[in-house]
Ligand binder design. Structure first.
Ligand code: ADP
Length: 758
């Protein structure tokens, strides 16, 4: 943007305006107006002269006519000049003025011809030529303002002059007598024209010069202004550099300090004079600075590239401070470093804040983990006594009780079952939350898995007189790759809920298999005719400990964890669970799971004949030696009661160390080994037994409250043969014993084992 002082730019625009088409027209009108009176005075003098010398009538006619036209032209000009606001109006005014100019000069021509024709030949010649020359000069000079009106006006005047001479020749009848007048007139014309040319050229040059001067003036002013602005800007920049809180150093091409700002002086407790000429590294490093950072700064400076790094420096008070160091080389036109500027910002506090934030985050994560571990430990700890409660309630139920006592025992048993399922949920959830729960895909039959879950719950539906439909016709392949245990867990939860909340009507389960491009998924829908879930609660029921209504807990029980766990599991299997529901009509839960197809051959072979679930023949167990390693006294008592009366040798160990010793001493056929025991745990005890070539090798079965596949793998890896999750049922113990006694279960050193885990 061009900025000039008002005077120059005003003068320049006034100049441009004056020299525009419109401006020149206005100038012309002004000039004609100014000279109007002078013209009339000359005319009056001519009139008086001709009146006195020749004839009053001729004088009047020859002078009043041009005076009238002059007045008319003046009037027209005054009117036209008032409205010149558009270029079209300017053009029109010029055309009109051509007419008036022509009329005026024609009237002058008429005057001089009239005088020439009536006066004695040759007498008024000089007067006429003088008059015409004067007017021509005027017109000629005015061509610079407006060309055509004045050019034509001049032409008419020249023609009038020629006419005057011709009339003189005709009237005198002697060419020779008039010849000197001709030549004189020609000389006057020629000189006039020359004079005019010179005048016009001078005027035009003057105008150009004036314009140049104005433009030059404008340029000078602009340059002045730019200079002032640059000065101001420089001043401002130096103010910023001087007063910023950042430490600023300017160095010369040899990397010696040229200038430092006040912040630098204060930070290092030095003055500019003291540091001038020093290498900046003398200041911007600390004995504790990372030498590699310093080397990188030097390298960047040598390579003339900008560089930024956090840098530890020691301030004037001897404290180490962290700074954000930035190096900016200023490269000259020749490519050499002219200066380098370094800017350092003290970021000690910011770094400390970031560190604290990170620490807080780590602490939060650790406490999150602690929470999950606590939940897991707690539920494990609860599970151990629950084992005893359930077992004892079972034993109590089997004794001779009256009706009331039987009711109490059953209540203890069913309450313990509910408590156990809550604990299982919490354990599952805490493991899922801590990311510890794994999904173990293996070839499986999806149909069998769904049928299993349905079979488990169908009796509950019949008990409530609910209909139960199962539709597996949706193109489910024979074998898919998935974690059957986890899928069953999801289905048991969804179908269990459907039955739990439905009072009338029924539940239906449909499954289909979809192949969309690369994705192969199973979609299982569990539909019920229950109470439905209010729209606003639909998403919340998947949140932990969340139930659709508070009253639900009181009416149906439950923890509000089932759906949370199921959804986490489904998502862990590349799917999800969604729900649609209409209040009063029912709900539909849809599980989608990514389950790639597997070869049928990959399906695990069905287990050989399952050990009989009915009470085995006690005689078969005769002579079997059984060792139970369990630290919990009540649980030992429980096993003792479960196995009481059988023809077996039963002994106990209270920790892993005793278990090893007793195994060596008694050479038992079967060891039931608790996993966690004081002094030595079951895993270590097993390892020692298996590692000892002298030791007898019994079948070792883990007894544990840790009910996960990972625990099972740990047990097997330690050398155990099978795995029983607490709470232990008498039937499970008998199955194991019977299996060993009849040789159905594999010998101790075989690695294969039947799964007892969930
Ligand atoms: P829980 O059943 O242990 O309370 P869930 O996470 O399985 O916990 O379910 C959460 C809540 O979602 C339930 O308390 C209930 O309010 C609602 N809900 C789940 N399934 C159904 C269903 N089929 N019909 C109506 N409400 C349901």
């Amino acid at each position: 943007m061009q900025v000039t002082t008002p005077t120059t730019s005003d003068a320049l625009s006034a100049f441009e305006e004056r020299n525009s088409r419109r401006g020149r027209l206005i100038g012309y009108v002004r000039s004609r107006t100014h000279s109007f009176v002078a013209r009339q005075v000359v005319t009056l003098m001519g009139l008086v002269l001709v009146w006195a010398v020749f004839d009053p009538v001729i004088a009047l006619a020859a002078h009043l006519t041009p005076a009238v036209f002059d007045l008319a032209e003046l009037g027209a000009m005054r009117v036209l000049v008032r409205r010149l606001d558009t270029p079209a109006r300017v053009d029109r005014a010029r055309a009109i003025l051509i007419g008036f100019g022509l009329m005026h000069s024609a009237s002058v021509a008429f005057g001089v011809i009239l005088i020439t024709s009536t006066a004695p030949p040759g007498d008024p010649l000089l007067y006429n030529l003088g008059l015409l020359t004067g007017l021509m000069m005027n017109a000629g000079v005015d061509t610079r303002l407006i060309y055509w009106p004045n050019y034509l006006r001049g032409l008419v005047l020249v023609l009038a002059g020629v006419a005057v001479l011709i009339i003189d020749v005709i009237r005198s009848g002697n060419v020779m007598a008039v010849l000197p007048d001709f030549v004189g007139a020609a000389i006057i014309m020629f000189s006039t024209r020359r004079l005019l040319n010179i005048t016009l050229t001078t005027l035009s040059k003057g105008r150009m010069a004036q314009r140049e001067v104005l433009l030059g003036q404008q340029r000078t002013e602009q340059a002045n202004l730019d200079l002032t602005r640059q000065k101001d800007e420089l001043l401002l920049l130096s103010l910023v550099a001087r007063h910023t809180q950042d430490l600023v150093v300017v160095t010369d091409p040899k990397a010696r300090i040229l200038w430092v700002n006040t912040a630098f002086e204060e930070f290092f407790g030095v003055t500019l004079d003291q540091v001038k000429g020093d290498p900046p590294s003398k200041y911007n490093a600390s004995p504790n600075s990372d030498p590699e950072s310093l080397r990188r700064i030097f390298r960047a400076a040598a390579e003339r590239r900008p560089y930024r790094t956090p840098l530890l420096v020691r301030n004037g008070a001897g404290e180490d401070r962290w700074t954000d160091f930035q190096l900016v080389p200023i490269i000259g036109e020749g490519g050499d470093i002219v200066n380098a500027i370094s800017v350092q910002r003290d970021i000690t506090e910011a770094r400390e804040a970031a560190r604290q934030l990170m620490e807080a985050k780590l602490t939060a994560e650790a406490s999150e983990r602690t929470k999950a571990d606590f939940l897991a430990t707690m539920s494990h700890e609860i599970r151990t006594p629950m084992n005893a409660v359930i077992g004892m309630a079972d034993l109590l139920g089997a004794t001779a009780l009256d009706r009331e006592q039987k009711l109490y025992a059953e209540t203890i048993r069913s309450s313990a079952d509910s408590l156990l399922s809550i604990i299982n949920d919490i354990l599952d959830y805490s493991k899922l939350d801590a990311g510890k729960l794994t999904i173990d895909p293996a070839p499986m039959s999806l149909r069998a898995c769904i049928s299993d879950a349905v079979g488990l719950l169908r009796p509950q539906a019949s008990q409530k007189r609910l209909t139960f439909d199962l539709d597996l016709s949706g193109g489910i392949p024979a074998s898919v790759l998935g974690d059957a245990g986890r899928i069953r867990q999801i289905l048991v939860n969804l179908i269990g809920n459907a039955i739990k909340f439905t009072e009338q009507g029924g539940v239906s389960v449909t499954a289909r298999y979809e192949r969309v491009e690369d994705a192969q998924r199973a979609v299982i829908e569990v539909r019920d005719t229950g109470p439905g879930i209010p729209e606003a609660r639909l998403e919340h029921i998947f949140e932990k400990f969340s139930q659709a209504e508070g009253a639900t807990t009181r009416r149906y029980g439950g923890t509000g964890l089932g759906l949370t766990i199921s959804r986490l599991l489904a998502r862990g299997m590349g799917g999800d669970i969604t729900v649609r529901s209409t209040l009063g009509e029912g709900s539909t839960f849809t599980v989608s799971l990514t389950l790639p197809m597997a070869e049928r051959a990959e399906l695990p072979a069905p287990r050989p004949a399952d050990p009989p679930r009915s009470e085995p023949d006690p005689a078969l167990l005769r002579g079997l030696s059984v060792l139970v390693a369990e630290d919990n006294r009540t649980n030992r008592l429980l096993v003792e009661r479960y196995l009481r009366g059988l023809p077996i040798g039963l002994s106990f160990a209270a920790n892993g160390r005793e278990a090893v010793a007793e195994t060596l001493r008694l050479a038992p056929d079967v060891v039931f080994m608790d996993m966690s025991m004081p002094e030595m745990d079951g895993l270590e005890a097993t390892r020692q037994i298996r590692a000892d070539p002298e030791a007898p090798q019994p079948r070792i079965i883990a007894l544990t409250a840790n009910a996960f596949a990972s625990d099972r793998e740990l047990c097997l890896a330690a050398g155990m043969d099978d795995f029983l999750a607490k709470p232990i049922r008498r039937a499970d113990l008998l199955d194991q014993l019977h299996g060993v006694a009849t040789g159905v279960l594999p010998p101790p050193d075989a690695t294969a084992s039947g799964g007892q885990n969930r």
